[in-house]
Ligand binder design. Sequence first.
Ligand code: SAH
Length: 448
Amino acid sequence: MNRLIKGTCTDISSEGKGVVKNNKDIIFCDGLFPGETADIEILYSRAGVYFGKVRKLYNLSKDRIEPRCKVCSVCGGCQYQQLKYEAQLVYKTKRVKDALNRIAHIKDIKVNDCIGMDDPYNYRNKIQMPFGKDKKGRVVYGFYKENSHEIIPVKECHIEDKRAASILWDIKELIREFNISIYNEDTGKGILRYVLIRTSYHYPELMVVLVTSNFNFPGQRNFINALLKKHPEITTIVENVNSRHTNVILGEKESVLYGSGFIKDSILGLTFEISASSFYQVNPIQVEKLYQKALDLVDPKEDKLVLDAYSGVGTIGLIASKNAEHVISVELNKNAHKNAINNAKLNKISNIEFFNDDAGKFISGYDKKLDVVIMDPPRKGSDKTFLQTLIDKKIKKIIYVSCDPETLARDIEYLLPYYSLEYIQPVDMFPMSNHVETVVSLRLKERL
Ligand code: SAH
């Protein structure tokens, strides 16, 4: 194929890239939307498809808008900042439908419209920024450019909680003032690697996590006092040490430098403690809509014993326990499991039991009759052991909460010979990105 081609975008891929067909070739292109024609430079090919970049745009989609963020086309975090929000929702619904069609081979299925936000900006309650140096040696923070380790400086990210921007800016100023060294990925020298901020939506609480390469942070006390003076809204500060050469942000060791080491937030009337490393849904407004849709599928009359699998800090199970007779929760991560037990105490809930185990291993060895299984696995989806056990045990109803339509469709395909798919509801937990969360329910077919 030529290095430069002219083509028209006909669709959006599951990764949020514009799809252009050129004879038999398929080209994926960032920031190009259906209906738009462009000159595209072909950058590389992988697995039989091409990836390109817009060089000249001939016409604009009616759904295109001026993005609030000036670096959205290089940062890679927000594939859809340049699209009207209504159009984003349409593409998210379509992504779920396409995945079920393509991967699970389900045709003509009703997928409800994706539930959006009234104000789709400044929702994220977890902000994590790498710190580094630019070519001139100045301290910068921001996002890694897609597929690289170059930091794109970002002063204000429009999807994050508004409180984060000025704290990050002042941390950068204090780093200069206190002469704190920045970690260098190549040499492994230097102290500060990342700053993570977690905000509470319902309580006036905010956590700052300083991710460092070791515990020898010179002048740490003075640095923290100066930060707290500028930002009294910070209620706790944690140091997390990550000495490994890795992309994973947080390390294993932690020390609480100020406050309790956690913040509280609430979902549908229950309170949860969140520590630096806990998994917690990033959109505090949409999570209530998501969980409500999942819980509406639990029938208090017939669903007496509920399993909450992949339960994190226990959020879904604890909320479900208000309507169920008894809930069993299973989670692999030790810290999340401990948080979950604590969260039950905090909310004075006693009709729930927590198990720290692999979900598949646990359910295959569990001998009581479960009425409904709610499952919310990570992006890679569930596994054969877990799914096969659902089939073998003839679980009547499955409520699957998924953050990845493609792995959801793969798992549904596995269940389909035995289950009918009854309900599919996408919820937009991540406005401006191509990601979408989905709640589905499946019911065991009678004849079995
Ligand atoms: N339901 C929770 C957490 C969902 S995230 C919420 O909405 O907040 C998915 C969770 O699955 C994570 O907490 C992760 O630690 C857990 N997990 C990953 N693999 C697992 C496995 N094999 N067995 C059990 N839990 C697992």
